[in-house]
Ligand binder design. Structure first.
Ligand code: 5RP
Length: 228
């Protein structure tokens, strides 16, 4: 069977140039890209990288990829990361793995962003996938109630029967908005709720998407007008 995520992850590594500072994404697609970056380091490329989660940091360390902290950089040359859903206007939902805050900090710093995925992530309208919101523990009940009052069908994320805690020590509230929700309206309202650290909307961030397909092909689509 074709491993679509591996196809996309390995293709993305072809955009890595010697000397770059990289943003390393999180998730099962990014996993393959990080392995491919490790292979480049093994071949002698001089790379440095910022991981977007503790899991990616561990993987990168094991592969011998030189790492930097976010405080040590003023720019990132290229960020490569996965997505949960993306529409034809390059509006994406991320954070299925709960790493959205660090992913957004890194993507915002990056000169160029590439999203990698299997073809199931391509949708006409985002929102069938839940929209993750990272919130501070203190006041999370009130933030949840506000989201509920907006009709966003919030659910506190759990793992192994306990509330899920992010690498930053916060909770995740997943919103069930449905495909075709009003993106700008939700973005504005959610950003105004006290206790919200960040949301999983990544609107027009990327320069290109790389999609692994079930027929073994890789589709690359350039964004003619990225916001960055
Ligand atoms: C983690 C993310 C991931 O990039 C997103 O969930 C996609 O994951 P996968 O490649 O495993 O499908 O945003 O917070």
């Amino acid at each position: 069977m074709v491993d679509m995520k591996k196809l996309a992850g390995e293709k993305a590594a072809e955009y890595v140039k010697d000397g770059m500072i990289l943003g390393l994404g999180t998730g099962s697609t990014a996993y393959h890209m990080v392995n491919a970056v490790g292979e480049l380091v093994r071949k002698g490329y001089h790379l440095q990288a910022i991981p977007t989660s503790n899991a990616t940091e561990k993987q990168a360390r094991e592969l011998g990829i030189p790492l930097l902290t976010i405080d040590e950089v003023d720019h990132i040359d290229l960020d490569i990361d996965g997505v949960d859903e993306i529409d034809p206007e390059f509006n994406a939902i991320k954070g299925g793995g709960g790493a959205l805050y660090r992913e957004k900090v890194v993507a915002t710093l990056a000169k160029e962003v590439i999203w990698i995925m299997d073809e199931s992530k391509l949708v006409d309208h985002i929102g069938a996938f839940h929209l993750p919101i990272e919130v501070a523990k203190y006041g999370s009940k009130q933030a949840f109630e506000k989201m509920d009052a907006y009709g966003w069908k919030p659910v506190m994320r759990e793992r192994d029967g306990k509330l899920f805690v992010t690498d930053n020590g916060n909770y995740i509230i997943d919103l069930h908005l449905g495909a075709g929700f009003d993106i700008q309206d939700v973005k504005e309202k959610v950003s105004g709720i006290v206790g919200v650290l960040e949301h999983g909307l990544f609107l027009n961030f990327c320069k290109r998407i790389i999609v692994g397909k079930s027929n073994g092909e890789v589709m690359i689509k350039e964004n003619p007008n990225p916001a960055k």
